[in-house]
Design a binder for this molecule. Structure first.
Ligand SMILES: [Zn+2]
Ligand SMILES: [Zn+2]
Length: 227
């Protein structure tokens, strides 16, 4: 059985963006703040805009890299198909073979550590692509009760935790939450921070009610870089 790759190395190289945390909301010094404190920050503490994806402050969605959708654990079926259909509208999507949630990420009480998951998936990410993992489990990161998603912007990888998104809603409502959460993480990968517009996809969600209020797209200010 293949050992999981060098998690510690991946952790040291990444800059994390934790989303949708219920307790201990991160300090937000400005409406742009989407970069929350986490394990070792990059040299300057900033996420560099991906070259070729932000032009003159505008998000150029047509240049989105190939998106590799990585189902983890039992996630799949119609939820995966719905997510692929939606995300394919913005560029090519490749669905990767399903793999287990990396065992080292287990933190007890049904939760998995998103930072460990993203580091462990490094060797499944084709060069030049973005990788979006979706796990049908509950997610967290150190010091948090839970997280709906997590982005390692400097690595082009993100993870969405589906378990809480499925609660208390219809199948269609669950799929919509998946899309909104995935598009939020992809916004971070494209260089967007958090937004204070409650209907903007880049608004930080602390509860699923927050997610249900959001549209699955950035507001005009986020799209145009005018803040
Ligand atoms: Zn976020
Ligand atoms: Zn916005």
């Amino acid at each position: 059985m293949k050992a999981w790759p060098a998690v510690a190395v991946g952790l040291a190289a990444a800059l994390w963006l934790a989303d949708e945390v219920v307790d201990q909301p991160p300090p937000r010094p400005s409406p742009r703040a989407g970069r929350e404190p986490g394990p070792p920050p990059s040299a300057n503490g900033l996420v560099p805009p991906p070259v070729g994806r932000l032009q003159g402050g505008r998000r150029d969605s047509s240049s989105r890299p190939t998106l590799c959708l990585q189902p983890l654990g039992s996630f799949g079926g119609e939820a995966l198909a719905a997510l692929r259909r939606d995300l394919s509208r913005d560029g090519p999507v490749v669905v990767m073979g399903r793999v287990p949630v990396p065992p080292p990420a287990w933190r007890g009480a049904g939760q998995y550590d998103g930072e460990v998951i993203l580091a462990a998936l490094a060797d499944r990410q084709p060069a030049g692509s973005w990788l979006l993992a979706v796990a049908d489990v509950d997610g967290t990161k150190p010091g948090r009760t839970h997280a709906f998603g997590l982005t390692a912007a400097s690595c082009g990888r993100a993870v969405v935790f589906a378990r809480r998104l499925a609660r208390g809603t219809s199948v269609a409502g669950y799929h919509r939450r998946l899309v909104v959460t995935a598009r939020h993480e992809l916004g971070h990968l494209a260089g967007l921070g958090h937004c204070d517009d409650p209907r903007c996809v880049m608004r930080l969600s602390r509860t699923v009610a927050d997610t249900d209020r959001k549209r699955p797209e950035p507001c005009r200010r986020c799209r145009t870089g005018q803040r």
